[in-house]
Design a protein around this ligand. Sequence first.
Ligand code: PMP
Length: 422
Amino acid sequence: RPLAAVSGAEIQAPLIHGGHVRYANLDYGASAPALSVVSAYLNEILPFYASVHRGAGYASQISTSVYENARAIVRDFVGGRPDDSVIFTRNTTDSLNLLAGCLPVTDGRPDGDVLYLDIEHHANLLPWQGVPHRSIVAADTIAETIDTVRAELQQGGVSLLAVTGASNVTGEILPIRALAALAHEHGARIAVDAAQLAPHRRIDITADDVDYVAFSGHKLYAPFGAGVLVGRPDWLDAGTPHLAGGGAVKEARLDGVSWATGPARHEGGSPNVLGAATLARATQVIAELDQDRWHAHESAIRSFLVEGLQEIDGVTVHQIFKDTNPDTDTIGVVNFSVEGYDAGLVAAYLSAEHGVGLRDGRFCAHPLLKRLGLPSGSLRASFGVGSRLEDAERLLAGIRDLRTKGLGWDYVVDAGRWVPAH
Ligand code: PMP
């Protein structure tokens, strides 16, 4: 099929480090491959790798400025307010756990509950188990889901609405601006888990009036090990220091501590300079992409894949909102299952016999998988910058073969995973 949108030079495979390898990587949603620019930048800054905030030496000064500069770059990327804190963490999970330690408390009692939907990734579900919380079931349409959230907020007593920007299971995008307005109308704040959204859509927390946003470098075309939390400084400056240790204090005495404010409060110990710097570099490249072309590219691949899968007998595509409203905006994620085959077996077959890498399982979203009637999991193809229509074609060919010819090889379960028997 012709796919005009894919012709943009800026979204071709060479952008991806190792993008020439003939392997259909359809697992961007788990971790996206590094951009070539990011990998080159890593090599550029490696010689100056030295302690941050502590040394007076030249390399230390460079390291410190690279690290601090990374905050400014990330703030720009999310459209942050000038006084927003930009705290570097390990990943989105870490960022949301950090936020859970910063919920407002009056006279030793939490000011309210955290409210979240059943469609969340565990990173935006489990950190709230240790604080007062309420969960609600998303409706089948976005409009009704907003009504459900409104009804719950009207009950009062919610301090924070924690919501995903885009589902890591279905790829469906939530209406962040509307949810932020709703939260604020009812005296709550909003935190957006943008682990999936940030690599696919421009975020503007000032325009959308979002209080906190969290995402990970490794899903945004940068290496593992760094994530970020950006947001209003008051809760963060009063909250429990996330990583108590060197750098997190103004003054430490044997009989007490005065904690630092700002990012330092939560970033005890030597920071991940290379992680933060490469994450920031990746945001610059992503921000420079022609957004319209990029979205058209991803949505063309998604439609091609969804339509192709739906044409295959015995294959079901799983979505929530898009089933009721085809105009629902989505990122490059497609979730499906193949009748009669365990998802893990299909994933092993696609990898071994077709060179297609995708994810199977419950995607750290057990409540959502249960709701979708998939207690033992499904398959997820996810893609982005550098993905090609051929990747989707290869996946479709593999599934068609499976339905018509069956498995080519024998597979066994080894250490809980399906693998070829030989
Ligand atoms: N939220 C969502 C929506 C995700 O997809 C993921 C990663 N699968 C996370 C949070 C957690 O990200 P990380 O593993 O980088 O902490």
